[in-house]
Every structure is written in C-alpha cells, then in structure tokens.
Design a binder for this molecule. Sequence first.
Ligand SMILES: C[S@@+](CC[C@H](N)C(=O)[O-])C[C@H]1O[C@@H](n2cnc3c(N)ncnc32)[C@H](O)[C@@H]1O
Length: 430
Amino acid sequence: MNERNISNVLSAFSVHSGRGSRGSRSTGGGGRRPRVEKAGRHRRLFTEIAEEWRRLLFPETTDEEFIEQFGQTVLFGLLLARVEGIAFEGESVHAIALKLGKRHSLMGKALDVLTEESSTVGLSTTLNTLLRVVGAVDWSRLDDGSGDSYLLLYEDFLQSYDRDLRMRTGSYYTPHGIVDAMVRLTEVILKRSFGIESGFASPEVVVVDPGMGTGTFLLSVLKRAAATIAEDEGPGALGPQLRKMVGQRLIGFERQIGPYAVADLRMHALLRNYHSAAPKEGLRLLVADTLDNPRAEFNWIPHIYRPLAESRRQANKVKRDERVMVVIGNPPHDAVSRGTGKWIESGDPDVGEPAPLNAFRLAGNGTYESKMSNLYVYFWRWGTWKVFDAHEDAPFGVVAYVTPKAWLKSRAIRWHASLFTAIRRRGLDH
Ligand SMILES: C[S@@+](CC[C@H](N)C(=O)[O-])C[C@H]1O[C@@H](n2cnc3c(N)ncnc32)[C@H](O)[C@@H]1O
C-alpha cells in the first residue's frame, strides 16, 4: 500500500475539520470552538459528534486529539474490516461498520458513529478514496502469519502522518528483543521468587500492560505461555488454554484507538496461528485511560456509545477489583504540567481518598518536586499501587517497565526500584 496515499487521504480529513497542515496546532481543548463550526451545516454536525464524543467518553480530549481519533478510527476500522474478509464493493461505510461490529463491537461502533452519513457528506470523496485504497489491499499477501504487517503499517503510518503526534503521545514502540528479554526476566522471577513453576502459563498470573500500544508485550507473554503449555500438556491443549488465558488474565489499556485496533488485530492473528481464538466475550484489550479515577462511572450513555463506554467500565473494574500479579510495559515518558496525572496525582477528594502519588513524595522535596510531574512517574505509581497496595490480600508481584534512567537516580522520588524491575516477595510485608 502506498503510504503517501493514506497520508493524503488523512490530510483531507484534517483540512476538512480545520486542523490545517500537518503538525500545526489547533485550538486545543481550552473552550474555543473548532474552526469546523464556521463552515456550514455538515461541519456543524461533525462538531456536534466531536462534542458528544468528548462529553460522553473522553472528557479531556482536545479538538486536535478528536481529529486524530477520527482519522485513526476510520483508517484502522476499515483495515480491520478487510482483514476480517469484509468486501467493500458497493457497500456503504455504515454497512461495513455493522458487519465489523459483529466480531469487533468497539471498532464497529466507533466507525459507525464517526462516519454517520449526515456528518461526513463533505468528506465523501475522501471516504470513497479510502474505501478504494483499503478495499484493494489483499492482506493474505502482506501477512506472514505473525501479525507484524499491522505493526509496521501503524508505525510507518504515524511516522509519515504526524511526527508531532507521535512525540506528544509517546507512541514509540518497543523493539521485540527488549520486550522478549523483559518478559523472560519476569518469568524467571515468577518461578524463582514466587515458586510459580509454569510462569505465565499459570492461571494465577494476571498480567496488565497499562499503555499497551500495539500490544507487543502482551503478545510476547502469550507466546511464552504457549511454549510452556505445549511442552507440559502437548500442542492439543493450546487452543482451549490460550482462549481461557486471553479471556481472563491478559489485559491491556490504551488511550488511542489506532494502536488499540492494531493490538486487537495482532492478538487475533497470533491466536489463529496457535489454532486458538478469542472467547465469545472477546479479548481484554481496552480503550481506556490508565490514570483515570477507577470509580469514575457514567450516569447515562446513549445506546450507540455503549461499546466504547463498556471498555472504560471494564478497565475501571480491573483497576478496582482484580488482583494483578504482573504489570509490564513501556509507558510514555514526558515532562507534563500539574494535573496530567489525574487520579494518581490528585486522588478522589469526593470520597476523601488521598493521591496515590503521595507514596512517592519525600518530605521537604522543594525544587525536586517538579521532577515528579512526568508521565513515567505516574505510570510507576499506577503499577506499584496496583500490584502492591490496592489489595491487602495480594500485596506481591512484579512491575517491569522500560523507564528513563532518571527513575534510578532521581532524588525526588521516595520509592526506588532496582534496575527495571520492582519485586515484592510473596508473604513479605510492605
Ligand atoms: C511508548 S508507547 C509503548 C507501547 C507498547 N508498550 C509497545 O511497545 O508497543 C506508550 C503507549 O502508551 C499510551 N498511553 C499514553 N498515555 C496513556 C494513558 N494515560 N492511558 C493509557 N494509555 C496511554 C500511548 O498512546 C502509547 O501507545
């Protein structure tokens, strides 16, 4: 597929919705209305959808971020449809979205909502071009069975579509070698320190990647579990055992729809390789914000948005109720302004809950306090909170992150990990 084609199509979305040329800044979320609204009825409808999306699902989304979500949803929703063998010829996007929704409810619904006919009338040339380009792709020729073609497509897509977005969202994907080494190291700890001989294959090991991107860590965990299952129980056990594993204890959170869709594609492809499949309840890959308040619930959500809201609801349930033994991944790292850490930084004043980040704060931190305002610090706190602090009856496990070296050296943070891995032994107190 020609990258330039795709990036041209997507710049058309950007121009239509007032984002301007690639890399330019839009109005941001600070209350000013997007430029789209000035230009007629269809643009007004588009803006209404943006506002609804924001109000109901992603309250902090800026105009610019909404447009990114829009472009990513349409492109990756259509790609997912092609991978599922849905033919485009003579079909509307609505009809494609309905078919897609049968197996991928979140992507199907997101595609349908965002391309509602009346709001995208001015986009019909762009959408038709996209349908033609994506519709012509023969995935069976691109995919070698590993699912890596989707990953490469996404990385190349972001690189050529918007380098700024890549930097802002920390969308840098981790080389396989590093991921596999971290997964192996974590499994050694599970075996040696916790006596869990079957490592990731054990039903008691629940794994979360809180910024899963395109899912490389979770796929690596799945492969290790598959190797153990095949050795211990024979290849015939792979189908049912892996289905159970992905339906129960392999969990990923991701804020952006594009990488989420790619993770979904890759996980399905890998399961097929093992002659397995997702259970009918689906995979536990969720579109959600890791740093959000686990108690935030929606009062009421219109029917069309339910699959998206459901994803966030399920993530909240994992945060609140589920015992997690391994948190692993490559979370974003970027200095940010105060408040970006959301619940981790501020707690929940409504129920008198202190900020989880307080556990990292040193008394008299003075000027060093500003070093805490970094996404990687919030993700470390989320991981250590979830594994060690959230459930008194299970205060042990492993947190393994790719992290800036400042984590090891910083004088600002009270709680230090040794190397990249923080371990608490089963049975030891805090
Ligand atoms: C450095 S990338 C790594 C992705 C993945 N671990 C990999 O190597 O393929 C970090 C990912 O975290 C996601 N992310 C950033 N902030 C997040 C948040 N608050 N909640 C969930 N995901 C987030 C980004 O969208 C990005 O995909």
